[in-house]
Design a protein around this ligand. Structure first.
Ligand code: NDP
Length: 392
């Protein structure tokens, strides 16, 4: 059954990265609640067939490919419909800036920074899946959120969990936040196995069905490191108050510990449609097809400390968080290049942390006061990381 969210018009939604895993799950939910939502704009990069199909199915007003060379293909795929086609990174930003009640920021990587910022600048409610934009430009982003009166709703399951149990009115009562981590496909693997790990093994996540980049990030645990930085910007806590706990069942999505010893957690089946639905309907709730938790059937929930020896990416991200803004940009850009090199089978799995560490060692501690500076540091790092891969 579809519940109307408002007495008035359906909520209008734009999806940045509609052809990805977050985008596809968002569309799935919109189609289950046709009376509650309508679609304004959809954006993608190269998957023109799926983009056009989604645009037709949802009745979107605009479909955008970030790749200018695919404009004609998109136009052709949309022929006979009233859907406008556009192409190029600027067109993606324009789509984000179009009036819509809600924007899902579901582009992968630093490519999501400027489109997400465009939505923020016009004061939208933004469902934030693209963690890389906060990692690269957390402070700049938050000052724009404040200036424009935008609302950031965390979609990452861990941050969405914390958002649901964090007492923002009385944050002095919070002693720490605990990000849970599944441990990924190599949680129990020895170093010899990890050195030889293939992209196929690395993207085969035990609990979550996600895009390739975040799946590799989960396997290296860089994902948890990026999430620590994301949490630092989303919640009023210090770096020292953010802890990581491995919880292989991915049922407790994260926790907040209070000074009186109380620990509040959000639980659920590992299905991204729950946090996506939370953000889409906020502050109300809508139904999802996510299987309900059966804790009796599950029986046992287990926890362990992360192993920083086998998962050095987590340690590197922790130190980048402590060091400050430019280190996080370098960490993210080096990781994006290294993960792409690994997926293309140019480097091994354990080369990913080596490349990130080498880039961090060469980074200068520079103040970051503008998005242009973020882009400069990002581009410089990508060149250095690519050179290291060539040498390897
Ligand atoms: P996917 O790889 O599945 O999808 C990425 C989307 O971004 C696609 O629509 C892709 O288009 C588009 N895209 C890729 N490159 C560009 C570019 N240069 N410019 C514009 N658009 C681009 O990623 P996910 O959905 O897995 O992840 C998206 C974000 O959400 C990431 O930041 C991830 O960390 C975060 N996240 C994802 C979760 C998940 O369950 N998947 C969970 C929590 C967070 P095309 O398909 O045409 O190439």
């Amino acid at each position: 059954m579809s519940l109307p969210l408002h007495d008035t018009a359906p909520r209008s939604v734009s999806i940045l990265g509609s052809t990805g895993s977050i985008g596809g799950n968002t569309i799935d939910l919109l189609q289950r609640h046709p009376d509650s939502f309508c679609v304004t704009a959809l954006t993608a990069n190269r998957n023109i067939d799926l983009l056009a199909e989604q645009a037709r199915q949802t009745g979107a007003k605009l479909a955008v490919t970030a790749d200018p060379s695919r404009y004609n293909a998109l136009k052709e795929a949309l022929s006979g419909s009233n859907i406008r086609a556009a192409a190029g990174p600027e067109a993606v930003e324009e789509a984000a800036a179009m009036p819509a009640d809600f924007v899902m920021a579901g582009i992968v990587g630093a490519a999501g920074l400027e489109p997400t910022l465009a939505a923020v600048k016009r004061g939208a409610i933004v469902g934030l899946a693209n963690k890389e934009c906060l990692v690269c430009a957390g402070e700049l982003m938050l000052s724009e959120v404040k200036r424009a009166g935008a609302t950031l709703l965390p979609v990452d399951s861990e941050h969405n969990a914390i958002f649901q149990v964090f007492d923002f009115e009385r944050d002095s009562g919070v002693s720490k936040i605990i990000l849970t981590a599944s441990g990924g496909p190599f949680r129990c693997s020895d170093m010899t196995t990890m050195v030889k790990a293939t992209p196929e093994q690395a993207v085969d996540h035990p609990n979550w069905d996600m895009g390739a980049k975040i799946s590799v990030d989960s396997a290296t645990m860089m994902n948890k490191g990026l999430e620590m930085i994301e949490a630092f910007y989303l919640f009023p806590v210090s770096a020292g108050q953010i802890e990581v706990l491995v919880h292989p069942q991915s049922v407790i999505h994260s926790m907040v510990e209070y000074i009186d010893g109380s620990v509040l957690a959000q639980l659920g089946s590992p299905d991204m449609r729950t946090p996506i639905a939370y953000s889409l309907a906020w502050p109300e709730r809508i139904s999802t097809p996510t299987p309900k938790l059966d804790l009796a059937k599950m029986g046992t929930l287990t926890f362990e400390k992360p192993d920083l020896e086998r998962f050095p990416c987590l340690r590197l991200a922790q130190s980048a968080l402590e060091e400050g803004a430019s280190a996080a940009i370098v960490l993210n850009a080096a990781n994006e290049v290294a993960v792409s090199g690994f997926l293309q089978k140019n480097i091994g799995f354990m080369d990913i942390p080596r490349i990130v560490e080498s880039c961090l060692e060469r980074a200068e501690a520079a103040p970051v006061t503008s998005i242009d500076r973020v882009k400069e540091i990002d581009s410089e790092t990508r060149v250095i990381a690519a050179e290291i891969i060539d040498k390897l």
